[in-house]
Design a protein around this ligand. Structure first.
Ligand code: FAD
Ligand code: NAP
Length: 542
């Protein structure tokens, strides 16, 4: 595919990544008339949906909401088939968008950006790739994804294992047939919870290694009815506006009551509605204090534990699957299809790593503190070095040669999650300290892409060469994000939102929980106030 790309080494903008963020950014910059190159490590577009091809992979935001809104024609011509779309359907959609807007000719695939250095004299970025190319660009836009750098479990021995090891985040394109195999799955986050029931259908024996149980609820996935698709298509504009101004990018009625003021019956009826609807957003926003008060949160947590006890036959297994050590919603909760039911199958075993920790991977299988189990295949569903992992994997050097790794040694610092002081003309789409992963990410991606595009257009109209946030504005935003986060239960939990899943990573709440609508207003206000908090440098006189 890269053969068809226009390979210019001097461009207006380099975009790193061809997931939904990079694709849309390319489209908008092209419309602005900028020469643009996209560099993508994978062999095609789609990002998350190109890499995560594990069995059962699907979106847990409804398809008609988890899609681009920028083109009404695209909205009308594409028809989603399922309420929660599976990975192949989303990948097909990404490929359709690439074809429809002729994106691939400016994307260089199978190429990874390894280094980006800011040349202060030229006021340009020098971007190096692992294929030995260097591209000079005025703007550098990191569309590298919040969840794109897979993380293996921190246990020794994987290289000695005689069977196959797979990571959910880099699944083989040809698929894997587990029929007749003894399979071990490590990890019970969203990827584990989606893949375990499907792997169980094939495997002869399945062992699930669980360190922390998750809160999950049934997706009740189903094909979409023709009438509901037609109705959404007829009302798309209104719906999109609601998405943009909502809390999580998914419009739900706002709660008005505290969980602690409601009666047990009222609470249970409310939680049951969320459970029956298969709507995570509804469950976590059931009451005003679900995400801010531990006691209120506990009522929702206990509701879910009650459902687990109903579904799982063995009370000991049900208890092991029941989260108790952290508030519901403060680790990313999951939507599943038959997850808890899977543990009623005779050939499925749950290993509680809190009782018998993982020690090593052996040539034959996995050894915990009490025994070795033999496997033909092992699946790492162990997640990602989230939010900062893909950004810091690139050796980025800003003004004065300062590296981003140094700047973020104590945790990420950005202004609005869009830019970083000392790194002029470098933008991060859904960067740390923006709502990003706490939202329907399509909504957050589109908002960032459009803000960046408008900013570049503004610079062009006003003959401005560079933009850089001030340190004061960045410090104030970092403090604000921390303050808003501290008013919630999120920082109490060891989650990837906090960087706690990667040993040695600074413990910082890396997303903005103020809500996507509030955040959008803030970004718009910054622009209305003459790009408040940003400093521009004019272009040299011609
Ligand atoms: P990505 O899709 O991650 O794309 C980033 C791209 O950048 C990748 O293709 C990567 O190869 C490339 N890249 C990174 N570094 C480099 C480099 N140095 N050089 C070259 N290329 C590079 N979000 C939701 O809102 N709802 C969901 O239900 C949902 N489900 C998810 C399920 C899974 C399994 C995962 C992993 C994530 C899910 N997400 C979900 C989050 C998802 O990542 C976003 O919704 C969205 O797809 C992100 O798009 P993106 O373009 O920002 O990043
Ligand atoms: P994850 O949520 O980080 O889960 C990783 C799992 O692996 C956790 O259970 C973790 O246990 C376990 N683990 C990690 N290292 C381990 C070790 N050394 N030993 C034992 N266990 C270990 O990762 P993910 O499931 O890939 O999901 C990441 C994010 O991607 C999600 O939160 C979500 O945002 C997105 N996603 C969404 C969907 C969807 O339904 N739409 C599907 C997949 C992914 P601990 O909890 O104890 O750390």
């Amino acid at each position: 595919m890269s053969d068809h790309t226009t390979k210019r080494s001097n461009v207006d903008a380099v975009i790193v990544g061809a997931g939904f963020a990079g694709m849309y950014q390319l489209h908008t910059l092209r419309e602005l008339g900028l020469s643009t190159r996209v560099i993508e490590a994978g062999s095609d577009v789609g990002g998350t949906w190109y890499w995560n091809r594990y069995p059962g992979a699907r979106c847990d935001v409804e398809s008609m909401s988890y899609s681009y809104s920028f083109s009404p024609e695209l909205e009308q011509e594409w028809t989603w088939e399922e309420k929660y779309p599976p990975q192949p359907e989303i990948l097909k959609y990404a490929q359709h968008v690439a074809d429809r807007f002729d994106l691939r000719r400016d994307i260089t695939f199978d190429t990874r950006v390894s280094r980006a250095v800011y040349d202060e004299e030229a006021r340009r970025w020098s971007v190096s790739t692992d294929t030995g190319e260097t591209i000079s660009a005025r703007f550098l836009i990191m569309a590298t994804g919040c969840l794109s750098r897979p993380k293996a479990p921190e246990i020794p021995g994987a290289e000695r294992f005689e069977g196959a090891i797979y990571h959910t985040g880099t699944w083989p394109h040809e698929g894997v047939d587990f029929s007749g195999m003894r399979v071990g799955v490590i990890g019970t986050g969203s990827s584990g919870i989606q893949s375990i029931p499907v792997i169980a259908e094939q495997a002869r024996e399945l062992t699930v290694f669980q360190r922390t149980p998750n809160y999950s609820m049934p997706a009740h996935n189903r094909p979409l009815e023709e009438e509901e698709v037609a109705e959404m298509k007829a009302n798309y504009r209104e719906w999109r506006e609601k998405q943009r101004m909502s809390g999580f990018g998914v419009p739900v009625p706002l709660p008005t009551q505290s969980a602690l003021e409601a009666t047990q019956e009222e609470r249970d009826a409310t939680y049951q509605r969320g459970w029956d609807a298969g709507s995570l957003t509804e469950l976590i926003t059931s009451f005003t204090d679900t995400l801010t008060d531990r006691e209120a949160n506990e009522t929702a947590a206990e509701f879910i534990r009650g459902r687990i006890r109903e579904i799982v036959d063995d009370p000991e297994v049900a208890e092991a699957l029941s989260p108790r050590s952290y508030p519901m919603g403060t680790k990313r909760p999951c939507l599943d299809t038959n997850y808890y039911q899977t543990f009623n199958e005779a050939h499925v075993e749950l290993v509680n790593l809190r009782e018998t920790p993982l020690m090593e991977i052996t040539p034959k299988g996995v050894r915990t503190s009490d025994q070795e189990r033999e496997f033909d295949a092992i699946v790492f569903a162990t997640g990602f070095d989230a939010m900062t992992g893909a950004l810091l994997a690139v050796d980025i050097r800003g003004e004065g040669g300062r590296s981003l790794r140094d700047k973020w040694a104590e945790g990420p610092r950005t202004y609005l999650g869009l830019m970083i002081a000392g790194f002029p003309n470098l933008f991060t789409i859904t960067g740390p300290s923006s709502p990003s992963v706490l939202s329907n990410m399509m909504v957050s991606i589109e908002q960032h892409v459009e803000w960046i595009t408008d900013c570049i257009a503004h610079m062009r109209e006003n003959d401005l060469r560079t933009i850089d946030p001030t340190v004061e504005a960045e410090d104030a935003w970092v403090s604000h994000v921390e303050m808003v986060g501290d008013a919630t239960l999120y920082p109490q939990t060891d989650s990837w939102y906090m960087g706690a899943n990667v040993p040695g990573k600074p413990r910082v709440f890396m997303a903005y929980i103020g809500g996507v609508g509030v955040y959008r207003e803030k970004c718009d206000e910054v622009v209305a106030n003459g790009y408040e908090g940003f400093a521009f440098h004019p272009s040299p006189a011609a």
